[in-house]
Ligand binder design. Structure first.
Ligand code: CDP
Ligand code: CDP
Length: 231
């Protein structure tokens, strides 16, 4: 049976990574969280002092991009891959609101995108991959057999992300999370290089009123139809 490539794009906290992991597990495919890679570069920039609330040394970050090594290593305990930056497990560190507050600015830089897109193409070169992000169907895998574009209202998405951060024990307010979600939506959709936009051949899914189970069932149906068509 031919393995396909599934590209899932869309706005923040629309459930992309949750459903991408479920589908990858179901099919025995590889799951790649491309957002984790942009978050890893952002975390590096923060650690090295290239970015903070007062300044952003883009040239300094770009000059050091070659020293950044991002890898995914499978964690048997959790059943999914965790992200490593220069051999350090940073899975937990990259999910903070602070990283979220800088990541879209880092993701605007073409040199950063070039480096990560090249690695993403490499990770998915043999097919059998589910990758989620912002430009997977439009830039990384333009030939993906199935492309999805996920949306939901900003308030619903902020509620979801807020609950997640509170569960982690992070001290955040709903208002701050909503503001971050809206700011990232804007920057991600308006940047020059690879803006977030629905690929012409992507299927749009608004899951504002869908449970995780309903969303999984709908997407699995689309996956099965695609598999039937290519095999
Ligand atoms: O999970 P969440 O939706 O909050 O974000 P993410 O998928 O972890 O992505 C974090 C940020 O990385 C996004 O807001 C984008 O700025 C950037 N990103 C991107 O530019 N291109 C991608 N393919 C994936 C993420
Ligand atoms: O990857 P992305 O940022 O698009 O979203 P996610 O991390 O998969 O989902 C964000 C949060 O929303 C998670 O806690 C999901 O369980 C939740 N969610 C939900 O409750 N219902 C949905 N239909 C989709 C996501």
């Amino acid at each position: 049976m031919k393995k396909i490539t599934i590209a899932i794009d869309g706005f923040s906290s629309t459930g992309k990574s949750t459903v991408a992991k479920q589908i990858a597990n179901h099919l025995g495919y590889v799951y790649v969280d491309s957002g984790a890679m942009y978050r890893a570069v952002t975390y590096y920039a923060m650690q090295q002092g290239f970015i903070d609330v007062n300044h952003f040394d883009i040239e300094g970050l770009v000059a050091n991009l070659k020293t950044i090594d991002i890898r995914f290593k499978f964690n048997n305990k959790f059943g999914f891959a965790e992200v490593y930056l220069n051999d350090m497990n940073i899975e937990n560190d990259i999910r903070t609101l602070e990283v979220s507050s800088f990541v879209s600015k880092v993701a605007e830089i073409s040199e950063v995108r070039q480096k990560l897109v090249e690695q993403q193409k490499q990770l998915g070169k043999d097919g059998g991959v589910v990758m989620d992000g912002r430009d997977i169907g439009t830039v990384v895998f333009t030939d993906a057999e199935l492309k999805l574009f996920m949306t939901a209202s900003a308030e619903t998405r902020a509620e979801r992300r807020y609950s997640e951060l509170i569960e982690r024990g992070d001290a955040v307010t709903y208002e701050a999370v909503l503001k971050n979600v809206q700011e990232r939506d804007y920057i991600d959709s308006h940047r020059k290089d690879s803006p977030l936009t629905k690929a012409k051949d992507a299927i749009q899914i608004d899951n504002s009123n869908m449970t995780l189970q309903e969303q999984f069932d709908k997407i699995l149906e689309l996956v099965n139809v695609t598999l039937e068509n290519v095999n």
